[in-house]
Write a protein that binds this ligand. Structure first.
Ligand SMILES: [Zn+2]
Length: 306
């Protein structure tokens, strides 16, 4: 039960979005722009630094890319803490009447990312991977599969992440529940993961530095191409960071194969503009690389100069 004095109206008046962001240690990734707070979207775990905008006067938020979510402080708390308005209201009640966070004073420094190096048991024979055309042998080699335990990766197909030198960083989880994936984004990433410094599959892609490779958005494209002996790496998103740009710049050739949607087309354009060694292959609307047949994927070999 929500106490009577904590009805939604008083919660919306009594708690600022800024307080929620500070409490969840998200404020440290954001910046002030006049009456706005701007930063990467914590709802869909995006990395675009301009996606998420808070209007401090109206106490409203909106995500301009990715999830496209938005609303008041109750809606934000609900999206950040598990789906129910009741849970969100109880959480917000703990923040009522707290003083507003002071910028640059009480915000604790971001905790450094600590890699998770333990190897988990993952089932490479899960139907979900089979449906994507990913064979158990390749899933095993890349340490990808269904996770049957509890915690962070529960209900996910997990993907082990490594830095470009091949040091393990931890696991990302692809949510399998369609409703959860819609509300929270498809991927769960370890908190603080330096995703801008990695290209998925980079250290595993044989021949990448000698002949170049295919750049896709998602691990699934990397695995499908690796099965055909075509080196590939994934951005884990649609934003190209300076470190990723440097890694790709050093390759003889990059075939850019983004998803067939607006975000994918924008990403392909941005990557092609920033790198001279690219050739872009565009997919029809609604198609992702892992929707293609092996035969269609194998034709990408024609884009490599050898
Ligand atoms: Zn979002």
């Amino acid at each position: 039960m929500i106490p009577a004095h904590l009805d939604f109206r008083s919660l919306k008046r009594g708690v600022s979005i800024e307080q929620v962001l500070a409490d969840k240690r998200l404020l440290e990734r954001m910046r002030r722009r006049g009456d706005q707070i701007v930063g990467p979207c914590p709802v869909h775990h995006g990395d675009n630094p301009n996606a998420f905008v808070v209007d401090r006067r109206k106490n409203l938020w909106h995500c301009f890319t990715g999830c496209g979510g938005g609303g008041d402080v109750v809606e934000l708390a609900r999206r950040l803490s598990g789906g129910s308005y009741r849970v969100a209201a109880h959480y917000l009640a703990t923040l009522v009447d707290l003083p507003p966070p002071a910028w640059g004073m009480t915000t604790p420094p971001a905790r450094p990312f600590r890699p998770y190096t333990k190897r988990l048991f993952l089932d490479p024979r899960t139907p979900w991977l089979k449906q994507k055309g990913i064979r158990p042998q390749i899933a095993q080699r890349f340490q990808v599969g269904a996770f049957y335990g509890h915690g962070f990766l529960a209900g996910c197909v997990a993907v082990r992440l490594f830095d470009p030198e091949g040091r393990p960083l931890g696991y990302a989880g692809r949510r399998l529940d369609a409703e959860q994936a819609r509300a929270w984004g498809k991927w769960r990433l370890p908190r603080g993961l330096p995703r801008n410094t990695l290209l998925y599959g980079y250290h595993q892609a044989a021949g990448l530095r000698r002949g170049g490779g295919v750049l896709v958005e998602c691990p699934w494209g990397v695995l499908r191409l690796a099965q055909l002996g075509i080196p590939a790496v994934a951005l884990l998103g649609t934003h190209l960071s300076p470190v990723q740009r440097k890694l790709l710049h050093d390759l003889p050739r990059v075939v850019v194969l983004m998803d067939g949607d607006e975000a994918g087309r924008n990403a392909a354009r941005a990557v092609s503009m920033q790198l001279a060694n690219t050739v872009a292959v565009h997919l029809p609307d609604g198609l992702d690389p892992d929707d293609l047949s092996d035969q269609q994927l194998a034709r990408l070999r024609g884009h490599f100069l050898l």
